[in-house]
Design a protein around this ligand. Structure first.
Ligand code: 4AD
Ligand code: MG
Length: 427
């Protein structure tokens, strides 16, 4: 007999038929005449009652939570069963009898994080991981439709992209190297051959802040485009976002429902997104309880206040140059500004940063000096401006921040299977 995925049974494939299942014991409730096993596989959970007179009775009595098994029985419709179906069980073969499982009901978040390797079996994490996989699929789908070429950046790097304070250093044989903070500079190299490139790859930040939106290792969706300007950039980003939301609504209805996450906010994501300048953002904030000077960076509280007010994704653009990275281009008519833009969403704040890159060699070198960076560390990057420079733009979006927003997760650490933070790096 071949094994049927539980999802198919819940979808009504096998009424009154004999089926075989394989999976794990999710819950067990013992009565005098019946043992109720709830069995899970990758696709779902289903109730499997075992009657005292069944041949499976002794195995059902013996089996423990999280034991692995195969089971045979007859599918019955039953409105009292979770999901509306059950399998009246006739045979059980235990594969691995589990020891006493440490996770029981109502345990602290802290404990669940300590036993992440076991907690990943939970229904909740199962569903989050499925949505994550779909969001990755739609990201690739989007860029391929837009004729971007997927490229593979290095993780070992020699100079910072986003400032030294969040660089992880490491010994590379006899040399000092770092873990990448962003693939941007490498994507910039590749546009001179491929024009439109993207990647989804890990980025690392030695980030000490303990917030709901910071990891030390996260997955970064990054793209870079030649012969393009700020308008093209914001269009690309908002179309990506709208595409991911629309496709996820179609594909993950069931997961959102079971996770009790609000899918309607995704369905209402429509282009064009609202766009305000940094200066307008400050005015809005100062009209509330904030006191921000032009030139101050926006922190989480400020971003959250603005984003909650919009209630949907939007852009802030034209930031002061002094709070932006060395590679940002300045507009001709206003050298105080950087052609840079962040996308923000409610509750999380910033989920992407992008902008136009300085394509003039002299200006780039001057900017490196101004920021106290060594020209020789960026020699190959300056080469790109020496040989056939072109105007270009690009952005980076944190996959886990995106998921935290999409799924209403309380904390970013639930958007990734093995979170790394200042305090957590096990297992
Ligand atoms: O704003 P960031 O630092 O920008 C860059 O790295 C650019 N070089 C990207 C580019 O233009 N290609 O990072 C981009 C995004 C942030 O908006 C945020 O979503 C995410 O990466 N991010 C983090 N996500 C989780 N944990 C952290 N510690 C993160 N730091 C940044
Ligand atoms: Mg940023």
């Amino acid at each position: 007999m071949s094994f049927v995925p539980i999802r198919k049974i819940l979808d009504g494939c096998c009424e009154d038929q004999k089926v075989a299942l394989r999976g794990w014991v999710y819950r067990k409730r013992e009565g005098k005449q019946t043992v109720f096993l709830i069995i899970r596989d990758s696709s779902g959970i289903i109730q499997c009652p075992v009657k005292k007179e069944s041949k499976a009775w002794s195995q059902a009595e013996k089996v423990t939570i999280e034991s692995s098994l195969t089971l045979e029985g007859t599918v019955k419709k039953d409105t009292r069963a979770p999901g509306g179906w059950e399998i009246v069980t006739e045979k059980i073969s235990i594969i691995g009898l589990a020891e006493l499982f440490p996770i029981t009901k109502s345990q602290s978040e802290e404990f669940l994080r300590d036993v992440r390797h076991l907690w990943l079996r939970s229904r909740r994490m199962n569903l989050v991981m499925k949505v994550r996989s779909e969001v990755q699929r739609f990201t690739h789908e989007f860029f391929k439709r837009q004729e971007f070429v997927e490229v593979s950046p290095p993780m070992f790097i020699t100079s910072a992209c986003e400032g030294g304070s969040t660089l992880f250093g490491l010994k590379y044989f006899d040399q000092n190297m770092y873990l990448t903070q962003s693939a941007q500079l490498y994507l910039e190299i590749l546009i001179y051959s491929l024009e439109k490139v993207y990647c989804v790859a890990p980025s690392f930040r030695a980030e000490k802040s303990r917030t709901i939106r910071h990891l030390t290792e996260y997955w970064h969706i990054e793209a870079e485009q030649a012969f393009a300007d700020m308008k093209d950039l914001m269009l690309l980003e908002e179309e990506l976002m709208a595409y991911i939301c629309r496709r996820t609504v179609e594909s993950c209805k069931r997961e959102f429902e079971e996770l009790a996450a609000d899918i309607s906010k995704l369905a209402s994501v429509k282009t064009p997104f609202p766009k305000i300048t940094y200066t307008e953002a400050i005015e809005k904030l100062n009209a509330k309880q904030f006191k921000i000077e032009w030139g101050d960076d926006l922190g989480y509280e400020e971003e959250k206040a603005l984003a909650d007010n919009f209630g949907k994704p939007f852009f802030i653009h034209d930031y002061p140059k002094q709070i932006q990275a060395f590679y940002c281009k300045t507009p001709k008519d206003n050298p105080q500004l950087a052609m840079s833009t962040d996308m923000l969403v409610p509750r999380i704040g910033e989920i992407s940063t992008g902008g136009a890159r300085e394509d003039d060699k002299e200006k780039l070198v001057a900017r490196l000096k101004e920021m106290g960076l060594r020209e020789k560390d960026y020699d190959w990057y300056i080469d790109l401006r020496r040989y056939g420079t072109v105007p270009h733009v690009g952005f980076g979006m944190g996959l886990e921040r995106l998921l935290t927003w999409m799924l209403d997760l309380e904390n970013i650490i639930d958007a990734i299977p093995f979170p790394r933070t200042v305090r957590r790096f096990y297992p």
